[in-house]
Design a protein around this ligand. Sequence first.
Ligand SMILES: Cc1cc2nc3c(=O)[nH]c(=O)nc-3n(C[C@H](O)[C@H](O)[C@H](O)COP(=O)(O)OP(=O)(O)OC[C@H]3O[C@@H](n4cnc5c(N)ncnc54)[C@H](O)[C@@H]3O)c2cc1C
Length: 238
Amino acid sequence: MTEATTLRVAAVIEETAHARSLVFDGDLDYRPGQFLTLRVPSDRCGSVARCYSLSSSPFTGDRPTVTVKRTAGGYASNWLCDNISAGDTVDVLPPAGLFTPASLDADLLLFAGGSGITPVMSILKSALHQGNGRVELVYANLDEPSVIFGAELKALADSHSGRLTVTHWLEAERGLPTIDDLVGLARPHAARDAFTCGPVPFMKAVVEALQLLEFPRERRRVERFVSLAANPFDRQIA
Ligand SMILES: Cc1cc2nc3c(=O)[nH]c(=O)nc-3n(C[C@H](O)[C@H](O)[C@H](O)COP(=O)(O)OP(=O)(O)OC[C@H]3O[C@@H](n4cnc5c(N)ncnc54)[C@H](O)[C@@H]3O)c2cc1C
């Protein structure tokens, strides 16, 4: 296994009432859409390990950043949001994951639900900055205050008009998107590479919609946010 490293937190950004970004000092070699595994201390068992996707782009000169949304009743996400501040250090495993575009020049169709925006944001910013394709983002949230990166997405859409379109879907206003809704949103972009991350029912509905539109498997990627059962940091202490 690759060695864990220790990162220093340069800043903590309150993105919404329930989500915080941890901005790290230093350079990190990662691809858009990849995640870090963080060691979260626990007085119960020493530590737990949890994965958090990088929301920053490796191409824009911004510092590596992960964005953590509180899970109701969850341990690590709440611990990170409640306890980490600038100047603290966090042990992490190297960036990993395959939820990353093969080419940043491809036209992309991105579906994000809630905190699923995190890896999608990294992909979106990287494609706009480094590639030359068009990007369509469908972003589902409960309501306006739960939208993470709302202002940043608006600024990006304004500065890349013609290349980036953002469609917000607010459950409070329109209910959950149905498969028909999702088919309608995806149909004009059926030749693109699709990336989906969000709550399980949302991802299932998106995948079903993409299947109905006959997206081949290699053109639809999903990232599942689950908690690790094992602790890879335990194996490093020997
Ligand atoms: C590839 C990937 C990327 C992800 N990216 C993101 C992201 O960008 N943003 C994001 O918000 N989430 C992301 N996630 C989800 C994230 O990893 C966690 O699953 C999520 O934050 C919920 O973790 P939690 O500990 O808060 O909740 P839970 O895992 O639901 O917490 C409950 C668990 O913690 C245990 N527990 C309770 N108290 C303690 C204690 N005192 N000590 C030890 N254990 C205890 C319980 O036994 C139970 O197993 C990602 C997941 C994956 C796999």
